[in-house]
Design a protein around this ligand. Structure first.
Ligand code: FES
Ligand SMILES: [Fe+2]
Length: 345
């Protein structure tokens, strides 16, 4: 396989050595295993008796049953098929059908570091080097108590790269969403400009700022990439500046992804409660509708649209996010090759 194909395959599957959002916190209920797929891997998540999350490959080492069909026994997970029980490190702690079974104590299944923040669960998917995971660095809005957020998660039947391209393309707001409540304003023609930031770039419209979805910051140089954008706040939803969207994208497999969008607002005290109420009552459905417009457009594009597209000046953000993914893939493959060479010598 040539290098370009290797890089493209890796980017399509999803880069390793990164943290990925995989579920809403509320989806993982005490006492129940939760199955999720990310980067082509079947995973099972559960909470131990202290509420801490555990994550293993969703595979019983005995004969391959899905652990997610089993049950939680204290801190552990037990396979439904013959009761083999594993702890959160993937070590077999009990083989109930066979006393003193030699499998006990064997670390038999991959485990994944897992963290929880702002109503979502993040899993670290390491590469072949199996380095210690870097800490999960999240957007400052997540840790700054001035912000409040409402999370919305949606499965999209397209490669995650389409979701990223879409986010790096502020121009589509004035067309695809032209009939929507919050995005109906603004010039239909513009130039795009890119500005580097410390950990990525901002793609922005040149002529128009603060009228529509006018810029996106893509934060790429981190182990938990995300994007940030502002939407002007419509008068009908009460006073206040723009509200912010923080988005994470997770490859499920090559043809599916999960998108996580936090709708955020800087507000405290009563204003916070009013905003949360107003958002749920008046805006949430409309935002679902806007997101559906994106989803509907992307899932109906051919999976290999990249091979035939004809880009023009507005697509500088699209080109830049793709370049960032390629650069990361190159670094990852170089690391893998170096590790393979070391182990061969
Ligand atoms: S397959 Fe899981 S215990 Fe047998
Ligand atoms: Fe959109």
């Amino acid at each position: 396989m040539d290098d370009r194909q290797r890089i493209d395959d890796l980017v399509n599957r999803g880069l390793l050595d990164q943290w990925y959002a995989v579920a809403k916190s509320v989806q993982i209920k005490p006492g129940k295993p939760y199955a999720v797929k990310a980067l082509g891997r079947n995973l099972v998540l559960w909470r131990d008796t202290g509420g801490n999350l555990k994550c293993l490959e969703d595979y019983c080492p005995h004969r391959g049953a899905r652990l997610s069909r089993g049950e939680i026994t204290g801190d552990h997970i037990s396979c439904r098929y013959h009761g083999v029980t594993l702890d959160g490190t993937g070590t077999i702690v009990r083989v109930p059908a066979m006393p003193d079974c030699a499998l006990e104590g064997r670390r038999a299944v991959a485990s994944f570091p897992v963290a929880e923040s702002n109503d979502a669960v993040f899993v670290y998917v390491g590469g072949h080097g199996q380095r210690e995971p870097p800490p999960l660095a999240l957007p400052e809005e997540f840790t700054n108590p001035e912000w409040t957020s409402i999370l919305c998660v949606s499965p999209w039947a397209c490669n995650y790269r389409y979701a990223l391209d879409n986010l790096a393309d502020p121009m589509h707001g004035s067309y695809l969403h032209a009939n929507s409540f919050t995005l109906a304003f603004g010039a239909k023609q513009d130039q795009m400009r890119i500005e580097r930031t410390g950990a990525g770039f901002i793609v922005m419209r040149v002529e128009q700022q603060g009228r529509n979805f006018d810029w996106t910051e893509m934060v790429t140089e981190t182990a938990a990439p995300y994007c940030r954008l502002d939407i002007p706040y419509p008068d009908a939803a009460g006073p206040g500046g723009p509200f912010r969207i923080i988005g994470f994208t997770t490859p499920v497999d090559e043809h599916n992804c999960l998108v996580f969008f936090w709708r955020m607002r800087k507000a405290s005290g009563l204003a916070r409660e009013v905003w949360r109420f107003m958002y749920r009552a008046r805006l949430e459905d409309r935002h679902w509708h806007v997101l559906e417009q994106d989803r509907e457009m992307l899932v109906n594009m051919p999976p290999d649209a990249r091979k035939r597209e004809m880009l023009y000046q507005h697509d500088v953000g699209v080109a830049r996010i793709r370049q960032a993914l390629v650069n990361k893939a190159k670094a990852q493959l170089a690391g893998e090759d170096a590790a393979a060479a070391r182990s061969a010598s």
